[in-house]
Design a protein. Structure first.
Length: 130
């Protein structure tokens, strides 16, 4: 597995825009930290923890809630050499709540720490099924 993507492509954003507008959306974050950030003065985990702290007000304004956050203990099935470091699950009331947060210029300033921290930052939009 090649671990490089940390931002959505235009195609991925367009696909997300097709999500039902008034339906809750659960974002599963699959995180792999850089050993050292590109500036070389902190670990990826340190930079990500700063992002995580600073993103909280934006999460609250988006009326989202952190459902679960944890470190990866081991990979039972899959590529254990490139396993992620952390998984986070966040539920938003709607895709619009998520997009309004993600496109907020103030959020984007905070999100720089996410970009510098991660070797891989997968974000999977999930719809709850009954």
């Amino acid at each position: 597995m090649q671990l490089t993507q940390v931002a959505a492509s235009q195609k991925q954003i367009a696909e997300l825009m097709e999500y039902p507008k008034n339906t809750p959306i659960v974002m599963t974050n699959i995180i792999k930290f850089k050993t050292i950030t590109d500036n070389g003065n902190e670990t990826g985990q340190e930079a990500y923890m700063r992002y995580f702290k600073n993103v909280q007000p934006f999460i609250e304004r988006a009326e989202a809630k952190l459902i679960w956050k944890g470190s990866v203990a081991s990979t039972v099935i899959g590529d254990s050499q490139d396993q992620p470091d952390m998984i986070l699950i966040v539920e938003y009331p709607s895709v619009n709540h998520f997009l309004q947060m993600a496109t907020n210029p103030e959020y984007q300033k905070v999100a720089i720490d996410r970009s510098i921290a991660l070797e891989y930052g997968g974000l999977i939009a999930c719809k709850t099924i009954d």
